[in-house]
Design a protein around this ligand. Structure first.
Ligand code: CP
Length: 327
């Protein structure tokens, strides 16, 4: 069944109903097949997406830009430092003006306490849909790619599958909490059981966890929280282990780093993978701190599906853009 998503924003994972989300993923699978078969699929001919990045990116920029070209349109990469945003252009001006120039406005703004509000304020002034390329609260396109990957791996059905969403140590920087938050919201809607593990102090946002618990009740799935990485990964089908900063506890980077450095043993290594099911897969949105967050042998080993995840970013985003930006 087709759903009319024209003009709709995609900022939170729950902006699309479960049926609409399933439709997006099935369209993404169709577009993936078409690309593989070199079949043209110019669903957005002459359409233009503005991409505004307040934070660096490898995959998100590449996949949105390539996706727009493959759909017959164009993506304009806009570095905020080259705009007049710092000289007074507000979210209202961006929404009003870019909404008139472009057919969609995609924004990455991960600053804690700011990003999501920024996207919503642009959206409230824009006639063009606003797409979230990651904010401080959600990373919805990453999560769609993750769900699509799991569906491909588990014969299209996640009911009863156990997914460990685990914190892992990183030394590079305090990473956003948007990926685990999106996962715990979206996975129950697809029937998967979630085991969320993190050390004390690395809690996710209260209202997101409460929403995830309520969704797990609604969809009759499991939802547990534990403070031990190995226990959290016991007998699971998916080990999704990545780092995030203790942002809910402190916004002080030095204090956050001190808290983080107490848990260097939270690494996704071969021993951890042995706690999971024999056929379990390892997932990570990338970039990863090799041999710190995840051992090189796991990240580059047979159980890792990180490149399939990264590829699926392209296909789900094309499905979202084709659905929200078409006439
Ligand atoms: N996973 C992800 O969003 O990658 P980038 O930060 O490189 O875009």
């Amino acid at each position: 069944m087709n759903y009319d998503l024209r003009g709709r924003d995609f900022i939170s994972d729950l902006d699309f109903s479960i049926e609409e989300t399933e439709y997006i993923i099935s369209l993404a699978m169709e577009l993936k097949d078409k690309r593989k078969s070199v079949l043209k699929h110019a669903l957005l001919r002459d359409k233009v997406l503005a991409m505004l990045f307040f934070f660096s990116s490898t995959r998100t920029r590449g996949s949105f830009e390539a996706g727009m070209a493959q759909l017959g349109g164009h993506a304009a990469f806009i570095e905020p430092g080259t705009t007049q945003i710092s000289h007074g252009d507000t979210e209202m001006e961006l929404g009003e003006i870019y909404g008139r120039y472009f057919d969609g406005i995609a924004i990455r703004h991960c600053d804690w306490g700011e990003g999501n509000g920024y996207l919503n304020r642009v959206a409230s002034s824009s006639i063009a849909p606003v797409l979230n390329m990651q904010c401080d609260i959600y990373h919805p396109h990453q999560c769609l790619a993750d769900i699509m990957t799991m569906l491909e791996l588990f014969d299209g059905n996640l009911k009863g599958r156990k997914v460990a969403v685990s914190w892992a140590y990183a030394e590079s920087y305090l990473k956003p909490i948007s990926v685990p938050q999106s996962l715990i919201l979206q996975l129950p809607r697809f029937g998967a059981d979630v085991i969320l593990s993190h050390p004390p102090g690395f809690e996710l946002m209260d209202d997101i966890v409460r929403e995830a618990e309520s969704l797990s009740k609604k969809f009759n799935t499991g939802f547990e929280i534990c403070d031990n990485m190995k226990d959290g990964c016991e007998n699971v089908d998916v080990v999704y282990a990545k780092s995030w900063g203790p942002l809910v506890t402190t916004s002080d980077e030095v204090k956050g780093k001190e808290m983080q450095d107490k848990h260097m043993n939270w690494i996704a290594d071969e021993e951890l993978m042995r706690a999971a099911n024999d056929s379990a897969v390892y997932m990570h949105p990338l970039p990863a701190d090799r041999d710190v967050e995840v051992s090189r042998s796991v990240l580059e080993g047979d159980q890792s599906v990180v490149f399939q995840q990264a590829e699926n970013r392209l296909h789900v985003q094309k499905a979202v853009m084709a659905s929200t930006m078409s006439d």
